[in-house]
Ligand binder design. Structure first.
Ligand code: NAD
Length: 369
């Protein structure tokens, strides 16, 4: 039986509520002898601040580094609005990304047929949609120096952000995209603004060279980022894997996420380098949504994004693709039966609580295994 160390950070707001549903599934998999999970729990965000006066303690950071995968739910909330900037809840998340050097952000946009009517696009455009945006996460214009506002002394100020990429940063994110495509529909769309930006020229040159050298079996196409934004809402099913930089990826992944309906449905993964002599990467899995203080404590949060994030961990950290497929099928089956939490209720008369939705997905998984 495979054996993995899972470090769990429920965080704040609805975080502990949705994480509890993942823990039910992990406990069942362990009980059944399918996968053994050693689960350690830590504190992040406001929950960590309340105990340690920091957004994540050094001890929990060390546990995160030692785990086979980290699962985080959400951080933040009005309770911590006034805490010092360096220890605000989001600082815990940023430290995890930085210290674990998570350079690749994977955001799938999957439209379950049962929810196609919840999309802002017409059903036939999104029904069955399954694309993956691979965003570079640690470089580009968000981090490049100089980054400043200068007083020009004549009543004017000048703001400078610097878009900067080195070959190795583009190559390693390109590799992630090509490897993913090989396990999916074998197509990568690389996106930049090479028509107006030098960083775009280097991005495109590097991706093309990498493709020619190592990934000729994968179909590669190029789209300028503005055109790609338009195509995402025009004909999204043409895409399989999209790879792009930090800035464009930030925007395009948010556009793609709205194709699928609700924030409560969207998982994500952030991956780092493989360890020396190891086949596994540092990895953090988390839903796209935040801590939803408006519904925290009511037991009505949708746990699907969190459970989907666990599914991504099964696939990308533990190499258990079949089991990941079953988790996704369980989610799809439950939605297909018309079971809904309140955020995706549509016209449904009755809705499930967080734990009822978790139980329904676990039952569907048990029935399918
Ligand atoms: P949010 O994602 O928490 O909530 C936005 C809206 O979506 C709310 O109406 C909420 O009720 C709803 N929603 C979100 N997740 C849901 C779920 N699983 N089920 C049902 N409904 C859901 O975003 P926000 O309100 O802008 O931010 C709230 C707090 O979360 C802030 O402190 C913010 O900084 C933080 N935040 C954290 C993360 C993270 O931890 N990665 C991401 C975004 C926001």
């Amino acid at each position: 039986m495979p054996h993995f160390k899972l470090f769990v950070l429920p965080g704040d707001g609805i975080g502990p509520e949705v994480m509890a549903e993942v823990e039910k599934i992990a406990a069942w998999l362990t009980r059944e002898g399918i996968v053994h999970f050693d689960i350690e729990r830590g504190l992040v965000g406001g929950a960590a601040y309340d105990v340690h006066k920091t957004a994540i303690s050094d001890a929990d950071m060390a546990r995160a580094q030692a785990a086979d995968a980290v699962l985080l739910a959400a951080v933040g909330g009005p309770k911590w609005d006034a805490v010092p900037y360096e220890v605000r809840p989001e600082a815990g998340l940023l430290r995890l990304r930085k210290d674990m050097q998570l350079f690749a952000n994977l955001r799938p946009a999957i439209c379950y047929p049962a929810l196609a009517d919840a999309s802002s696009l017409k059903r036939d455009l999104v029904d069955g949609l399954d694309l993956m945006i691979v965003r570079e996460l640690t470089g580009g214009v968000y981090f490049g120096e100089p980054k400043q506002i200068i007083d020009l002394g004549n009543g004017q100020r000048r703001a400078i952000d610097t878009q900067v990429y080195d070959t190795y940063e583009i190559e390693r994110i390109g590799r992630i995209a090509f490897e993913l495509a090989r396990k999916r529909r074998n197509k990568v769309t690389s996106s930049d603004k090479r028509n107006v930006m030098k960083s775009g020229v280097l991005w495109d040159d590097t991706i093309r060279a990498l493709h020619a050298r190592e990934y000729k079996d994968v179909e590669l196409e190029h789209q300028l980022a503005d055109a790609l934004g338009m195509q995402l809402v025009r004909r999204p099913k043409q895409f399989d894997v999209i790879v792009t930089d930090n800035l464009f990826g930030d925007m395009l992944s948010d556009v793609a996420s709205m194709l699928t309906g609700s924030l409560g449905m969207l998982p994500s993964a952030s991956l780092g380098e493989k360890g020396a002599g190891s086949d596994t990467r540092k990895a953090l899995y988390e839903p796209v949504h935040g801590s939803a203080p408006d519904i925290a404590g009511k037991g009505i949060a949708n746990p699907i994004a969190m459970i989907g994030s666990f599914g991504m961990a099964l696939r990308y950290s533990f190499n258990l693709s079949e089991l990941a497929d079953r988790v996704e099928k369980a989610i799809s089956d439950v939605l297909g039966k018309g079971l809904r939490t309140v955020d995706i209720a549509g016209g449904a008369k009755e809705t499930l609580s967080t734990s009822q939705m978790g139980d329904a997905i676990l039952s569907a998984l048990q029935a399918g295994v």
